[in-house]
Design a protein around this ligand. Structure first.
Ligand SMILES: [Zn+2]
Length: 325
């Protein structure tokens, strides 16, 4: 069973949220804001369960209301997302939801309205919600979660209690992943790729992990230019993964730079990247990173991916070969 304590590192307000929902002293609207994968939706669900739980230690996860919320079938918990074929939450959907808020409850007299991707409310639906936030219904709580706070009208933000969520440190992410049963051999890697967002760390696919290994092996072995055409051919037509390939290489390079700067040991790096970090000094790693940033710009200007790869690989080789053995 999930608990508030699991998210203590993601927001300084977790303890207060837990006590407000346990004691029934919650306010009418909360807005959880922060990067994807920092636990906002999970905490919103815990708040809903705690408000409605009939167990002794709330949320118990086992009483009727807890189980119905976990199954998504609680009649007094409403989740508002765009309709299947739409990108936005329309004003009609919002009106219909607010009508539900105005009628009686089915169970304990508390109603919860979850808006998990609040940036999907268009301006008219935000304005409709605003009227309700200004004159809240009794025993009703709105829980909004959002990544980009700027997508909301300032008036909507100001009517909610804003709770900010933050990424965890690598160590905290690793501890959470272990607690969630992630295989030990993948814990450190997933933590690094996801930059402290546990949800993203869990969502990293096996193929991405394999791709990262391959990129590390091939790119860093291209310090001999003779290897370069093979690497270009391997990746040049992978349209779908172009951005991911650059991102993964940049992520490995960030680790390389940490090693070059003496801030971490090379044990965490794949073998070829570790060898590169041992041979090329910090200034070479930084120069290579600048080239990646250029490569990203080239991609945005529709330069063929083949040329982007070539310019990055040339830099890898240049930096490697200008330092004596
Ligand atoms: Zn319960």
């Amino acid at each position: 069973m999930d608990s508030f304590e699991n998210y203590a590192g993601q927001s300084v307000h977790i303890g207060r949220l837990k006590s407000e929902f346990t004691n029934g002293t919650f306010t009418h609207a909360y807005l959880f804001a922060g990067p994807a994968g920092t636990g906002k939706k999970s905490v919103a669900r815990l708040c809903a369960m705690t408000a409605m739980c009939r167990g002794e230690r709330k949320p118990c996860g086992e009483c009727g209301p807890c189980r119905r919320i976990l199954a998504g079938t609680h009649p007094d918990v409403h989740v508002l997302t765009p309709l299947a074929d739409k990108r936005e939450i329309s004003v009609d959907q919002m009106r219909q939801m607010l009508r539900e808020a105005d009628i009686h409850t089915f169970e304990d007299g508390i109603k919860v309205f979850l808006i998990p991707d609040a940036e999907k409310m268009n301006v008219p639906s935000q304005n409709t919600l605003l009227k309700t936030l200004e004159e809240p219904f009794p025993n009703t709580v709105f829980l909004l979660t959002i990544v980009h706070l700027s997508a909301l009208l300032p008036t909507v933000v100001s009517r909610c209690r804003l709770i900010r969520f933050h990424p965890l440190t690598d160590e905290q992410t690793e501890a959470r992943l272990r607690a969630l049963g992630v295989e030990e051999s993948q814990v450190a890697l997933r933590a690094r790729i996801s930059e402290g967002c546990v949800g993203q760390a869990l969502a990293v696919r096996e193929e991405t992990i394999q791709l990262r290994d391959e990129i590390s092996r091939l790119f860093f072995s291209a310090h001999s230019l003779a290897n370069s055409p093979g690497v270009v051919n391997r990746f040049k037509d992978d349209k779908e993964n172009r951005q991911t390939i650059l991102n993964l290489f940049e992520e490995i390079l960030r680790e390389v730079i940490q090693v070059q700067a003496g801030k971490q040991d090379s044990l965490s790096l794949p073998q070829d990247a570790a060898a590169y970090a041992a041979h090329v000094p910090l200034q070479g790693g930084l120069a290579l990173r600048d080239r990646i940033i250029e490569g990203r710009k080239m991609l945005r200007s529709n330069v063929p991916f083949q040329s982007v790869l070539e310019t990055v690989l040339i830099k890898i080789s240049e930096e490697y070969n200008q330092w004596p053995w």
